[in-house]
Design a binder for this molecule. Structure first.
Ligand code: FE2
Length: 374
């Protein structure tokens, strides 16, 4: 390997140029005939060509917020071409979609039965085809995460969670993010920051994961704005890749109410709301709501980032930070209409992330956050 190997939950080749290790990684996980799962814009931008595969089999019919129907189509392509593993290339959507395809490749179940809230954790076994993840954004961290979010045929955006869907090996190469447009850099970066914050304050006791989350938060806070303003700053891009990865390495501590609300809002097909932008809008409001049950960690965050004024100071700083990158500051500014919010409360309460939020999540609490974020 040319790039350094990091092994924690899974193996990661990390650093500028790490993509050149792909052939060796494929040999190590035993993939000889991969299905490359990606999206059309990345194909057009030449990302598949960068993989250096001879005659790659490519499935690129993946939309932002992947759907069950594209997962099923991808699976069909995997079987039709006799593939023996997946290379997921892209932001969160292609990687999450490939994880779902991998489950269905070896498990005779409906995709919705794999969802966490449908008892999927017990149905997913270690019997999985190999999967290599190559992120092209610094946001979801799903390249090292045990989750996959799919909008099911029923219309619900559900999380599939299992240690067996963590990619067998990831190649995290910040050079792949250099051409990310500033708006996407900001939105995906705020998703990464929200993972670090939500896992750090979650109610699950896991100081190891908390330490990783706080370190990731500091890297992200210090570098996202730099990457936004100077897209070709490889050092800042690299720190953002690390921040995204660390946020997801902390997922075992669980997320919280920001994600509980952004999941059902992200499933509104008519609006196509960006997950990271939603999180950046919701975060200040959720932190104010959560404050009574996570004061200690919020104190650490304030101290680490040099922000005074307790939760109000942190919330205000987050708003100012998002504003400085031209992100919208309210749900209405994102194009959300009143009627879109009907029925969101029970979905947010039922979301798996509510279980690990520091403060108990009720429909009233969700309504309160939605009102102030609107
Ligand atoms: Fe997220």
């Amino acid at each position: 390997m040319q790039s350094p190997t990091i092994s924690y939950l899974t193996k990661v080749q990390f650093g500028a140029g790490a993509l050149s290790d792909l052939a060796e990684v494929m040999a190590n996980v035993g993939i000889t005939r991969p299905l490359v799962v990606t999206d059309q814009p990345l194909v057009e931008l030449g990302f598949v060509a960068k993989l250096g595969l001879a005659d790659p089999i490519v499935f690129a019919d993946i939309q932002s917020n992947p759907t069950e129907s594209s997962v099923l189509k991808g699976l069909e392509s995997y079987r039709e071409h006799g593939c023996n593993g997946f290379i997921a290339l892209g932001g969160g959507s292609p990687i999450d979609a490939a994880k779902a395809m991998a489950i269905l490749a070896t498990h005779d179940i409906q995709l919705e039965d794999a969802a966490y809230i449908r008892g999927g954790l017990d149905r997913i076994t270690s019997e999985m085809p190999p999967l290599i993840a190559i992120p092209t954004t610094a946001g979801t961290g799903t390249e090292v995460g045990r989750g996959s979010l799919v909008t099911m045929a029923s219309g619900q955006k559900l999380a599939i969670i299992s240690p067996h869907i963590i990619p067998n090996w990831s190649i995290v190469d910040p050079e792949l993010t250099l051409n990310l447009p500033p708006t996407l850099t900001a939105a995906t970066g705020m998703d990464a920051l929200s993972h670090c914050i939500e896992t750090a304050i979650s109610r699950v006791f896991n100081p190891v994961a908390e330490g990783i989350a706080l370190d990731g938060l500091k890297r992200g806070w210090d570098n996202l704005k730099i990457a936004f303003e100077n897209p070709f700053d490889i050092a800042a891009r690299s720190e953002m890749m690390m921040c995204a990865m660390q946020g997801a390495l902390s997922f075992q501590k669980g997320l919280g109410l920001v994600h509980s609300i952004s999941h059902p809002l992200g499933a509104l097909q008519q609006r196509a709301l960006h997950h990271g932008t939603l999180n950046s809008v919701l975060m200040p409001h959720v932190l104010r709501f959560n404050e009574p049950d996570c004061r200690l960690v919020l104190g650490k965050i304030g101290e680490m980032l040099g922000i005074t004024g307790g939760v109000d100071g942190i919330s205000q700083a987050l708003t100012t930070y998002s504003d400085s990158m031209d992100l919208p500051l309210s749900l209405s500014a994102m194009g959300v209409e009143d009627e879109d919010l009907v029925g969101i409360e029970p979905l947010a309460v039922a979301d798996h992330c509510s279980l690990t939020n520091p403060r108990d999540v009720t429909e009233e609490a969700v309504a309160e956050v939605l009102k102030s974020a609107f």
